[in-house]
Design a protein around this ligand. Sequence first.
Ligand SMILES: [Zn+2]
Length: 283
Amino acid sequence: MLLANKENALSLKLFITIACCAVTFGVLFGTGCARQLPAQPANVAASTAFENSAINDTAESEEDRAKREAKEAAERAKQEAAEKEAQRQQRIADLEAELNITKDFRDSFDHGEKPADKQKYIVLHDTEGDGDAQSVIDWWDSNGNLVASQFIINKDGSIYQCVPMDRIAHHAGYGDTGHNDQFGITEDGRDDMAASVPIGDWASDYGMNAWSIGIEMVHVGGSGDYPEAQLASLDKLIEYIDAYYGFESTIIDHKDWRSGNTDTSPEFAPYLENYKATRTHNG
Ligand SMILES: [Zn+2]
């Protein structure tokens, strides 16, 4: 019995030991499973959340980047426009200094407003006389016709201005009927048309003065070539007018506006073509 009891006791110890090991293993294993089972979904959830967060971050970044780039592009464009405008103003100042224009404005030559958005053409003329610019201005002011052009260029290249560029001068007069439409201009009432005298049904359009700058060159048709100094000044004056407006006005001559007119002269013809093509007399 004792032996049996000892054996029983040993068996009991062995059983308890095994049972404990089993319990311990079970606990460890169970705990491990318990740890593993919820851990996997947690990791998956965390990973998904991270990916979603990354996607959201990427989407926001792209949106922010697009906004930033648009803002930067707008700032660059604004800066470039400001630099371009500063360069234009500097070029205007430089050209004014180079041209050294003598200004002699007369009230009788002023026929209304000609703001920049109403400027389209530069009309070239000959004075058809040998008198210098100052005598031409005095003649215009005294004859009662109220005609003038904004600029006059002497043979030596010196330039006179007797009407501001933003005022209408009567230099082109009536043009061929239909030329208002052909040249894309209208008689919109800005030109007072004071002292204008109709010249016939064939030339009834009077729009050009209100849409142009007139430049007279002291020259008599058929008298020979234009001096280089006069042409060089015309080149620079056109450059100045272009800079002043910030765009290139279309260059024509008086006879383009009214057929049968004599100016500019035949000897100016090759220069006129060059001016129309390249804005300089040399082409
Ligand atoms: Zn003319």
